[in-house]
Design a protein around this ligand. Structure first.
Ligand code: UDP
Length: 356
């Protein structure tokens, strides 16, 4: 049997790695298709090297673009790949445009789709990722959910229990697996005063419009008046946010960092401020306080079981001060099945799917 994995953007790669590795223990063939949605080495190649994955078998090189053009480009190219290779199942990851396009291409060719990270919902359709999640979960036949809330969401949408599998979070497999390397990785900035805050900001609602970037800059600069802030700049934030933020002497902008370099910072920081999805999960497991600059999160277990809090731009500064004053707690709950073995659970389900 042939399993064809589709990944395209940075957050996909830490989810792909443990599934690929676990499937190597089973008698199946695997093909990895990189859509090329993220193509900079700092967002793509470095993850394959650091996470021990071989280079992708195919690269569709679709590149950046508007949602319609990017989704369409993956759809067209993926259809040709699927017709040529005729996989028994297509495995898609997360909620990016490549995930949506690959799912559409596969189901139209009657190829079953398995979705890793199924069932997450922010209930905010203004987020492009939410639209992708809704459509992918409606079409995929094997829904691999990271948490109990995700299972509940899928059931509430009428999806049959037999199609839903609670498997935990494969991104955390990667985190736990990489911790020794992360600990051995020097901080990517010299002479960084402690304590410091790590920030990542790239959601369209925060950075796409100049006015949002101006307002956000004021809030981040107010934080930087109190404490040094390290902010690896995502390509989405280069246009509006980064030039404004660069003016503050205690805001340290960097290129997007490698997985190990980024997590080395996260492990050592006093606090994370983010609008990322994956970073809410990683801080949950590491016990690092996290403030998420969003109206909603599709990952509520990071709040109920982790160290995450939703904040607004106006509440950011007082929340940062409170979090820094409170410090880290010694114990915190971690969501069930975020135990480093999700890849193996996913592999067993996928193998059952293609061999019965
Ligand atoms: N990450 C990284 N370098 C950075 C910023 C983030 O390696 O400079 C990692 C982070 O640890 C997590 C993943 O990228 O594993 C999250 O991706 P991103 O925030 O781009 O996507 P989202 O989760 O918001 O979809």
């Amino acid at each position: 049997p042939l399993l064809l994995h589709v990944a395209g953007a940075r957050p996909n790669f830490p989810k792909l790695a443990p599934v690929l590795r676990a499937l190597q223990e089973h008698p199946v063939e695997q093909l990895v298709v990189h859509t090329g949605q993220h193509y900079d080495d700092s967002l793509s190649g470095i993850f394959f090297r650091q996470l021990g994955m071989p280079p992708p078998d195919l690269n569709l090189a679709v590149g950046a673009g508007q949602h319609g053009a990017q989704t369409a480009a993956v759809l067209v190219k993926m259809e040709a790949v699927l017709m040529e290779h005729e996989p028994d199942v297509v495995v898609v990851y997360g909620d990016v445009n490549s995930t949506l396009a690959a799912t559409l291409a596969a189901v139209k060719l009657h190829i079953p789709v398995a979705h890793v990270e199924a069932g997450l919902r922010s209930f905010d359709r203004a987020m492009p990722e939410e639209v992708n999640r809704l459509v992918v979960d409606r079409l995929a036949g094997t829904l691999l959910a990271p948490s109990a809330d995700a299972v509940d969401n899928l059931r509430a949408e009428g999806i049959a229990d037999d199609d839903i599998h609670l498997v935990g979070n494969p991104m955390i497999d990667t985190l736990l697996d990489q911790l020794p390397e992360v600990e051995a990785t020097p901080l990517p900035l010299d002479d960084l005063p402690e304590p410091f805050v790590v920030a990542t900001l790239h959601r369209p609602s925060n950075v796409d419009r100049h006015e949002d970037a101006v307002e956000l800059t004021r809030c981040v600069q107010a934080v930087a008046d109190d404490v040094d802030v390290v902010l690896p700049v995502h390509p989405r934030s280069r246009q509006h946010l980064a030039p404004l933020l660069a003016r503050h002497p205690r805001v340290h902008l960097t290129e997007p960092l490698g997985y190990r370099e980024f997590l080395a910072l996260v492990r050592r920081c006093a606090l994370v401020v983010t609008d990322s999805g994956g970073v809410q999960e990683e801080t949950t497991v590491l016990g690092v306080p996290c403030l998420t600059l969003r109206d909603s999160t599709e990952r509520p277990v990071t709040i109920s079981h982790g160290t995450n809090r939703l904040v607004s731009r106006s509440s950011l500064l007082p929340e940062v001060r409170a979090a820094l004053a409170a410090g880290r707690s010694d114990t915190w709950p971690v969501p069930p099945l975020w135990d480093g073995h999700s890849g193996e659970r996913i592999a067993r389900i996928l193998v059952d799917r293609v061999t019965v």
